[in-house]
Design a protein around this ligand. Structure first.
Ligand SMILES: Cc1cc2nc3c(=O)[nH]c(=O)nc-3n(C[C@H](O)[C@H](O)[C@H](O)COP(=O)(O)OP(=O)(O)OC[C@H]3O[C@@H](n4cnc5c(N)ncnc54)[C@H](O)[C@@H]3O)c2cc1C
Length: 309
């Protein structure tokens, strides 16, 4: 029997450097729907496996914010524009009462910086060898200091939010067009919904633009039930996830992890909470905006006032 659920979203908090591994594992296991395998011992082998296989997009969900003095030597960081996911700015630090260079980025960007420009200071300052790209690396900048993870006292560029959403495939197709963000999505290839683990049923997101209990809704439901029947029959005939997913419609439920900084989230909310966006995407993004506003009222106050429903 097809299950029909609502769009939902929450923020995955990351507050401490020590929690980075657990956060990455939690985000990464969404792709395989293997969250049930998480224990105190699993983060290191899971992340080692991910790094070995080159599936590095998963480590993009953890961001670290650094400060360093505004010296001639440190200013070369402004030229590293080829590193995606790295944000650099000169900011006034009210506590230090001086201008500092603020650098922030996800673990993938920090590894790319080490691989491409031989700048290892940021990985060394984090101090977890699992992320190092070589063993005998040295510091090459002046006074790099870890300020915080994900959230910081600096501008929107250096404040990041990771969300976990349950949405339909159509909505994530639209949302994944946003290029300054990182994504991990439940794989319709690796998840075989005919298996007991998934209740041997398909799960669909309620269509927000079709009125429930209307003739049009009945036709939508009839179509979905027929798809589920075909899916289960194909599975009985030995079809693998790769083959089964050819049947799945835009309404299919998927879990999505998404990380971006506040300036990109603001851009996405302004496009996707607007009435011009698809209704499912709009429901998703307005729910996210509510959550963002609760966490960071000052950064989302204007957008929340404009789009809250
Ligand atoms: C109502 C609506 C209808 C749409 N319809 C369609 C459609 O019919 N077909 C379709 O293909 N897409 C469609 N899209 C998707 C749209 O074209 C964008 O791909 C998507 O919204 C991503 O947003 P963005 O390009 O503004 O910025 P993001 O990808 O979120 O990037 C943020 C900002 O970074 C900068 N940026 C990022 N990458 C580059 C780059 N390579 N060059 C220069 N600047 C860059 C830009 O300033 C950009 O605003 C639609 C979107 C909306 C909201």
């Amino acid at each position: 029997m097809v299950k029909i659920v609502e769009i939902d979203t929450e923020v995955y908090e990351l507050n401490k450097l020590e929690d980075i591994l657990v956060h990455i594992e939690r985000c990464g296991r969404t792709c395989y729907k293997s969250e049930n395998l998480i224990s105190t011992e699993t983060a290191v082998p899971f992340i080692s496996g991910i790094l070995k296989s080159g599936h590095e997009s998963v480590i993009e969900h953890a961001n670290v914010i650094f400060s360093m003095p505004n010296t001639d030597k440190n200013q070369r960081i402004f030229r590293m524009k080829d590193i995606r996911g790295l944000n650099v700015s000169l900011e006034f630090d009210a506590d230090k009462k001086e201008e500092v260079i603020v650098v922030s980025g996800n673990l993938r960007a920090l590894r790319d910086l080490a691989r491409i420009h031989d700048i290892h200071d940021f990985l060394l300052s984090i101090g977890n060898p699992i992320f190092y790209v070589k063993n005998d690396a040295n510091y090459s900048l002046d006074g790099v200091k870890v300020e915080s993870v994900q959230k910081s006292k600096y501008s929107d560029l250096h404040n990041y939010l990771t969300t976990h959403s349950t949405c339909d495939v159509g909505a994530y197709k639209d949302i994944t067009r946003h290029r300054l963000a990182s994504f991990s999505i439940e794989s319709t290839r690796y998840c075989n919904y005919s298996k007991g683990k998934f209740g041997s049923e398909l799960t669909m997101i309620k269509p927000y633009n079709i009125e429930e209990n209307s003739p049009m809704y009945d036709e939508w439901l009839k179509g979905i039930v027929a798809i589920e029947e075909a899916y289960m029959k194909m599975a009985e005939l030995g079809a693998k996830g790769d083959q089964l997913r050819m049947l799945l419609p835009h309404s299919t439920k998927a879990d999505m992890i998404m990380t971006a900084n506040v300036s990109e989230w603001r851009h996405i909310c302004s496009l996707r909470c607007h009435t011009a966006a698809h209704p499912s995407v709009r429901v998703l993004m307005c729910k996210m905006l509510d959550v963002f506003y609760e966490i960071w009222p000052s950064s989302f106050n204007d957008l929340h006032g404009k789009y809250s429903v």
